[in-house]
Design a protein around this ligand. Structure first.
Ligand code: SF4
Ligand code: SF4
Length: 254
């Protein structure tokens, strides 16, 4: 704490920077955020960044290079609380959809025999493969409401909200007609709740951007979708999109 304000660091590993941008996009709240917290490091928003002790580190992006492994470990050593901020940090992101063999093949296809001098690439993985993570804020990107709720709760010393149920639960509360019954490939049963079922609310199937819900049953969803007439390849491709490494084993068995 600094003058009673928590020291916060916001870091970006590999991703689209959408979660960091989301914070900058909190235009009406930005002054309050910078007043209530001591933002020590936030490369997208300020240049006088300090690498010191932190109360909370928000880490966006997945780990895709050896340099990022060292950076992440350094952040973990300096921070009391580490938060996986967004789908890439929490699950590995779209870039983690390949298994080791596919990843090696793709690396070779793109870079050939090029030598890596600055740092060595590694297959994309979520940050909890390398350090202990205290809290997860999923989403691609996280929503503004989710981030502001998290920050407000943290400033009062409370943990973030937990979403143990799938998107289908909110979708039912919202009284939507189930899109599966209308022949659409919806991943609501496998996906962590928290977005307010925004896509099905607009007749668009969920494609899983909040990542897998706890205990997601991919096999049961596969059987259901097969019964609805979708091909196994189509189902696997959709499931692999945002699940990163977290559904990888289940998807291999499909
Ligand atoms: S539309 Fe999708 S999210 Fe809504 S109940 Fe059906 S499967 Fe679940
Ligand atoms: S409904 Fe699914 S795809 Fe749409 S925002 Fe929510 S989790 Fe993401």
């Amino acid at each position: 704490m600094n003058n009673g304000k928590p020291k916060i660091g916001i870091y970006e590993l590999t991703g689209c920077a959408g979660d960091a941008l989301l914070i900058v996009d909190c235009e009406m709240e930005l002054l309050d955020i910078f007043t209530a917290a001591d933002i020590q490091s936030f490369a997208m928003a300020k240049s006088d960044n300090i690498d010191g002790e932190l109360d909370v580190a928000l880490v966006e992006g997945s780990v895709t290079t050896e340099k990022e492994i060292s950076e992440l470990k350094d952040i973990r050593e300096r921070a009391k609380i580490v938060v996986a901020f967004g789908n890439c940090a929490a699950h590995g992101g779209i870039q983690a959809r390949f298994d080791d063999k596919e990843w090696q093949e793709n690396l070779k296809k793109v870079y050939g025999n090029q030598k890596f001098t600055h740092t060595k690439p590694v297959r994309s993985k979520p940050i909890d493969e390398f350090v202990k993570v205290d809290f997860y804020l999923p989403g691609c990107p996280v929503s503004k409401e989710q981030f502001l709720h998290f920050l407000t709760r943290m400033l009062k010393g409370n943990p973030p909200e937990h979403y143990p149920t799938p998107v289908c639960v909110t979708c039912k509360y919202n009284e939507n007609d189930c899109l599966l019954n209308n022949g659409k490939l919806c991943l609501g049963p496998l996906t962590a709740d928290g977005c307010g079922s925004v896509c099905p609310n607009h007749n668009i199937p969920c494609f899983g951007c909040w990542g897998p819900v706890e205990n997601a049953n991919a096999i049961a969803e596969l059987h259901l979708l097969k019964e609805k007439g979708f091909s196994v390849e189509e189902i696997k491709k959709r499931m692999a999109n945002f699940a990163g490494t977290k559904l990888a084993d289940a998807i291999k068995q499909l």
